[in-house]
Structure formats: C-alpha cells, structure tokens
Design a protein around this ligand. Structure first.
Ligand SMILES: [Zn+2]
Length: 84
C-alpha cells in the first residue's frame, strides 16, 4: 500500500493546481477590447480651426474663444484670429 503514496501526493498536488487555476480564472478581470474610442462632449463654444504651428502640424484642432475675439488652440496654446 505504501507504494501508492507518491501517486496520491501527485494527484493531490494536481487537484490543488486545478482548484487554484479555476479560482484565478473566476477572479480574472473581464477582458476589454483594445483601442476603444472614448467619446467626450466638446467644451461649449469651442471651434475646430486649422492650427499652423509645428506642434499641431496644420491639423484642425479645437480652439477656445478668448475675450478679445481671438481663438486659443487647445493643442499648443497659440492664439489665432479665427478667420481660418
Ligand atoms: Zn495648435
């Protein structure tokens, strides 16, 4: 009978591994799809204007209205006349 003890020990270890694996699987966070776009509401009053600085690379970025009627780029902070 004593010759089966090592096999019983191995079976016990495998059983413990299976239980911990199942527990880890149950507590694993749900997988989320990568590269999911996050939508946010634009700030009220902003305009999409072309910004011709090197940082913004002539891309159209959001501009906040300034008090003097100009527009401030949210990407680089450059003020433009807003006629673009
Ligand atoms: Zn800019």
């Amino acid at each position: 009978m004593s010759e089966v003890y090592p096999y019983l020990g191995a079976l016990l270890a495998l059983g413990a591994m299976a239980v911990t694996w199942a527990a880890r699987l149950a507590h694993a966070p749900r997988h989320q799809a990568p590269n999911v776009a996050k939508f946010t509401a634009p700030e009220p009053g902003t305009r999409w204007l072309a910004c011709h600085t090197t940082r913004c690379a002539h891309m159209t970025t959001r501009h906040r209205p300034a008090a003097d009627g100009t527009w401030t780029c949210t990407g680089c902070g450059t003020t433009t006349g807003g006629e673009a």
